[in-house]
Every structure is written in C-alpha cells, then in structure tokens.
Ligand binder design. Structure first.
Ligand code: NAD
Length: 486
C-alpha cells in the first residue's frame, strides 16, 4: 500500500488515528518535517492495554507455539519486503548513517526475528523432574515455562528497529501480548511495524499494539497499569529509575536496559595506531548515540601523546557527514535539545581543565540540522563529568593508565557497567583484562558481540536483566511447577 506522510496507531488489530491528534517527525540532518505520527491520548493507551489483556486472557495466543512462530516469520518477511522504504525512512528519521542500516539499524534486527521464531520450535518448554516422595507423598513433578502476560515495551530513539524488535521478538515468541510505546523522536520506525503487522501478518487483534505519542506520560501509564505484567524498558538510567519506582506500585516485573560510559582499554603491547584508529571509528559511529559505545579511551601513560595524535587525526578524517552518503560514519545528533545537552558537556569539560585535541563545536557549513563535530577531550581525570556521565554524542575522553591493574581500576570506576573493549598484542592477556571488567559485554581486539544469540545488558546502573539470546527470551517467561499425586 502506498503511504501518505501520516502514520497511525495499531490498537486491537486496527490502524487508527490518535485521539490527541498528530505530531511532527523531523529529519535531524536537515530539520525537514517528514510528516506526522498519530498522537495517542491516555484513552488510546487504555484501549491498547485492554486489547493486549484480552488477547492474552481470551485467545490461544499464549499456547499456540506453531502459530506464534509463523506470525513472527510473517513479520520478518513483511519487513524485508519493505526494506528499501524502511532504509530511507530510518536514514531520514533517525539520522542513521546508511551503512548502519545494513546492520544493527535495520537488516540485522529484522533477520534476527527468525532466530526467535526458531526458538519457539526448539525451546524446552517443559522439564520432567520425575517422581519423588516429598513428605512421604508420591508425586510426579514437572516444570513448565509460560508467558508472563501483557508486556509494556518502552523504547528510545537511537536504534529504534533494533530495540523495538529486540523486545517484540522474544516477548511474542514467549507467548506474551505487547503494547509498544516508542520514543517521540522516532515514531515512524515503530508505526511501520504496526502497518506490517496489521496488513501482512496473521497476528490476532490485540497481540501487538503500537502506541506513538509526543507525551512521555503514556510510558508512565504503562508502568502503573495493573493489567500490565512486565515492563521492558530501554532508555536512560534516570528514566529507568522512574520506571522501576512507578512499577513498584503494582509489583510488576521490570526489565531495564539503561545507559553506559564504557571504556576502550589499550594495553601497552597493543598496536597503538590500529587500536586508536578503531577507537575513533567505534566511538563516533552514529554520532556516538549508542548505549554500548566506548567513550573513554584508556591508553598507556608513556604513549598518551602519541595516542591523542592518532585518535584526533582519525576523528578529524572521519568527520561528520550526510547520513545518506555510504561513507558517513557520524551523522547528526537526534535533536536540538540533544545538541544543547552535548554542548553543555563540552563547556563543562573546559571548565574542568580539559582541552579539545579535535572538534569541540558544530561543524562548519552545516546551518540546518543538529550537528556536533567528532571531538576528543584531553587533560581530564576519570572523576570529571565528561568521563563519568553519558554524553550521547560524538565526544570521546582520553585518559592515561599505568598498566593493566590501573586500566581495570579506571574502567570499573564508573556507576555504569554496560560494555567495554580491550586491545592488546597478547590475546590471552587481553582476555584476562576483559574478564576483570564489570560489564555485560566486552570486545577483545575488535571482536563483535552483537547477535540474536548473544545476551546483552548491564551490570550496576546500566540495567537489570538481559536482552537477546536465550537469557533475553527467558526474561519474558514465568516458571510453574506442577506436581501430580501418583
Ligand atoms: P529516555 O529515557 O529519555 O526515553 C526512553 C523512553 O522512555 C521513551 O519512549 C520515553 O518516551 C519514555 N519515558 C520517558 N519518561 C518516562 C517515564 N517517566 N515513564 C515511562 N517511560 C518514560 O531515553 P532516550 O533519550 O529516548 O534514549 C537515550 C538513552 O537510552 C541513553 O541513556 C541510552 O544509553 C539509553 N539506551 C540504552 C540501551 C541499552 O540497551 N542499554 C540501548 C539504547 C539506548
């Protein structure tokens, strides 16, 4: 079906306008208004939750394994059929560099739906514990895994397809019904999911609801409603705290994927040029708007100045560019508000005694759109704000370390614990350092941990629970023990 520039909610199987009217979605590279998305009201959200509850309680969705797997495969095929349109939409709405849409910004998460569909077929849903005689009473015991119920999925804007599908895939594979509340900055990426589900799949009405809104309050509504059994949230640590507090009123299960301030550790036997060039590339991909991006580069003190020079030169060469261009690594940041926030961190860094080895402002010649130059800050310590807090822009801090123990100490001296990287000549030594990092994922010498089968998530204030992998799937399951008298 050809599309206008307005997109709708998916509530109870129907594509409908929002009772709150519509709100604009904007291209962050140009500030062009792309069109509008339905602006849901609290009543729309209420209807979506009621539909999800009814679909869970009154249909066979939760127990129909083969049917669920089929619907997930249909969703994957429907999204693949619209891949070209989705690629352009993602570049325009998210400001994602084109090259990333062939990976984590689009193609990879769409493909990963197959992994979750296969898991429905392969998972050990029931375990037979056999006979026993607890307290002299002969019993046959079984342990059954089943869906939790209604899932409220709340997502951010930075990797919208990846995060929306990393919640829908396992939640639906496990037999739950879902209300998805995406970020106000990227409503279209979610609304398209609603269109594909409504038009190209057999998902029964109410099993998936997509509720776009300009108002964060609709997310809070999901966390408070007693008909929602589990909140699966990805976003900032500050909002994660609010989600957890507000879900406590109804003792919901909460699953939180939050922020990070990950370290890129360069050991003294590493190829400094290769490691620092890679750190520059990894640190400003998608303008640094990734929770797991390694934004603190820890380098051997005796090679600090050389490392600064290599990294700064690599960052300047990569630059910030049009996300439509195949060669662009670093596009715009998502909004004027986010740009201001980043600029606040840059000002603070200077007040704290830092200096810019490159960048530090807006790139020349970009009068429209929301841009920040790739930036490297030197001269700070690990207790400065730029080194402790998540900036969520193309801004890296470089810090000296005095050997492996010191590097591990600095890397772990953070309220976060999401990810990290270690580069070294001796892989066993590098692996040893990786094992000492208190984070949910670590890359050694450029290894990529991303994949449907790999659990991803945070230690400390980076979150609770895991997304993806079997561990991620099991977040969406309850465990029931059944004992039969024999
Ligand atoms: P955010 O926390 O501002 O918003 C995330 C979502 O929460 C949005 O849908 C928003 O509308 C909703 N929301 C806001 N207030 C709410 C409330 N009180 N109750 C319920 N929902 C509420 O985050 P953002 O700015 O959209 O995204 C950037 C953040 O997301 C960064 O901190 C980043 O690290 C984090 N993130 C984490 C991961 C991860 O997997 N760990 C992945 C991507 C992004």
């Amino acid at each position: 079906m050809s599309r206008t520039n307005d997109r709708l909610l998916l509530v109870d199987g129907r594509l409908v306008p929002g009772a709150g009217g519509a709100f604009e979605t904007i291209n962050p590279a140009t500030e062009e208004v792309l069109g509008t998305a339905a602006d849901a009201s609290a009543d729309d959200m209420d209807r979506a939750i009621a539909a999800a509850r009814r679909a869970f309680d009154e249909t066979g969705w939760a127990t129909g394994h083969a049917f669920r797997a089929r619907c997930l495969r249909q969703l994957r095929e429907g999204l693949r059929r619209r891949a070209d349109e989705l690629r352009e939409l993602t570049i325009k709405e998210v400001g994602a560099p084109r090259f990333l849409t062939f990976g984590a910004q689009l193609d990879a998460p769409v493909d990963d739906l197959a992994w979750f569909a296969d898991l429905v077929d392969d998972y050990g849903w029931e375990r037979d514990l056999g006979r026993a005689e607890p307290m002299g009473m002969p019993s046959h015991r079984r342990v059954v895994r089943e869906a939790v119920g209604v899932v409220g999925a709340i997502t951010p804007w930075n990797f919208p397809h990846q995060i929306n599908l990393a919640k829908l895939g396992p939640a639906l594979a496990a037999g739950n019904t879902v209300v998805l509340k995406p970020a106000p900055d990227t409503p279209w990426c979610a609304a398209v999911l609603g269109e594909v589900i409504a038009e190209e799949t057999d998902f029964p009405p109410g099993v998936v609801n997509v509720v776009t809104s300009s108002d964060h309050a609709l997310g809070a509504q999901l966390t408070q409603d007693p008909r929602v059994d589990l909140v699966s949230f990805t976003g900032s640590t500050a909002t994660g705290r609010n989600v957890m507090a507000s879900a406590a009123g109804t003792l919901k299960r909460v699953f939180l994927e939050l922020g990070g301030k990950s370290a890129f550790v360069v050991l003294d036997d590493a190829d400094l040029r290769a490691a620092c060039s890679y750190a520059a590339f990894a640190g400003i991909t998608h303008a640094g708007q990734g929770c797991a991006i390694t934004t603190r580069i820890l380098v051997p003190r005796e090679r600090h100045d050389e490392a600064v020079e290599i990294t700064a030169r690599a960052l300047a060469k990569l630059g910030a560019g049009d996300p439509q261009d195949d060669r662009t690594i670093c596009g715009p940041v998502i909004s004027a508000g986010q740009r201001e926030r980043i600029e606040g961190y840059l000002e603070q860094a200077v007040k704290d005694g830092g200096a810019f080895a490159c960048g530090g402002g807006r790139p020349e010649g970009r009068d429209r759109g929301f841009w920040i130059e790739p930036t490297l800050i030197t001269g700070l310590t690990n207790d400065s704000r730029a080194a402790r807090e998540e900036i969520f822009g193309p801004v890296l801090v470089i810090l000296p370390h005095d050997g492996d123990d010191d590097a591990v100490r600095i890397a772990n001296d953070s309220p976060y614990g999401l990810s990290g990287a270690v580069h070294g000549g001796d892989v066993e030594r590098a692996r040893g350092v990786a094992r000492r990092l208190r984070t949910g994922t670590v890359s050694v010498n450029g290894g990529v941990w991303y994949g449907a089968d790999v659990p991803f998530g945070g230690y400390k204030q980076s979150g609770i629970g895991r997304e993806m992998g079997v561990a991620g799937f099991e977040e969406y399951l309850e465990t029931k023990a059944i004992a039969e008298g024999v």
